[in-house]
Design a binder for this molecule. Sequence first.
Ligand code: SF4
Ligand code: SF4
Length: 457
Amino acid sequence: MHNTVFIFLLVTAALIFILFVYAGIVSLYEKEKRAGSRFFSLALLLPLLYLLIVFISFPYQQVIAVILLFLTYGSGLVMLIPTGKNKQFRDPVPTTQIDERDTMFSRNELIPGTDAFKAYYHRKPEHKKPDDNFREKAGLLQPGTSQYHPAAFASANASFETIEALRDKVNGPVNSKKTAVSAEEISHYIKSWAKKLGAIDCGITELKEYHLYSVGGRQERRDKTIVNTHKYAIAITVEMSKEMLSTAPAAPVVMESGQQYLASGVIALQMATFIRNLGYEARAHIDGNYEVVCPLVARDAGLGELGRMGLLMTPRLGPRVRISVVTTNLPLVTDEPLNDYSVTDFCTICKKCADACPSQAISFAPQEEINGVKRWQINQEACFTLWCTLGTDCGRCISVCPYAHPDNLLHNIVRTGIRNSSLFRKLALWMDDYFYGRKPAPAPLPDWVNVPPVSDN
Ligand code: SF4
Ligand code: SF4
């Protein structure tokens, strides 16, 4: 065999070995046993193919060796060459606003027999039957639910009660002495400070009418028209722990939700207070006290796209984030939306969340036109009813999503390929199913959660 071909075969075998061993080590570190064992097995098997050609003599050996090398490097290049990416894409704008009273958390607050309860179901009789259904269940974070865990539920409640204690702090007095700012510099400062405070990302958009709920649906905002004249909205994302989410739908998921709603909310509260200290109006939008639809604001602020499960899909963590928002009149420089068609394209073929959803709330169908926008919409009644049975906010869809893997070199190479190439999207989906499973089983609870420090008498 020609020396050059010989060396190429050996180098290729070594590279494949190193790549798969690296992927195996990363997987074990991520506690992905199935992926780890498969990467290690392939690290041994695949290089064997190249070594056999090097060390066993047979007819047409050189020709077969060249074809194998061509296929190896050629397929790698094909996967990296941008294809199907430049499809003209601009997320359209919804034609109507969402009424917060139609959201499940608002409907869950209605107390049977009250005037608000009667008024709502008089106006929306079609919601009465599905809502009676979730009201028959034990309810979120309640004893008697299938995932009840006294310590974990008490921990989650501790986060939600802290958020509740902060809910009136979203607004406050504005310093009468206005500080002159440069829009460009203060925008840069805000984004950098948000990250210093713990955010994963921060983006700015103009506040549009469709970002705002038309009418409030929680607590004192119920039945009140939402009026917010701020010009800008700052969206902030924080990471949800992969380890806690991978136990979905068990109790650590709702602990994590509570913690990250609080974390994102605290950053928004600090940001809004800071802006008011500079002499400009600002309102924080935190869990339970939103005037805005956070995923729409975050998408327009360039932090991600909306996926099949209706959540924000961020470039580095997929849906594994929580969002808070600050609206303000502080002069700011806006960011461009990503307009990344690859997310829609990948969600169209993937459907992993729909397969894994225990309540069949996620559609397998292509996007449909809703409020003038082609998108996916989950069956929120089915989803929420399951939450009231589990006692947690489930999160199976987030935990199985191929975009939700940790933010590291291994997964970022795959994310880059997904963004770049429609061919690679198909391969990436196949690989995700092969290495992690089409419906991966929930991970065991972390040891420190698994041994409950308290129990019910
Ligand atoms: S699981 Fe698949 S279909 Fe669902 S949101 Fe994630 S990428 Fe899209
Ligand atoms: S949270 Fe659970 S029930 Fe709701 S859509 Fe996701 S997987 Fe389905």
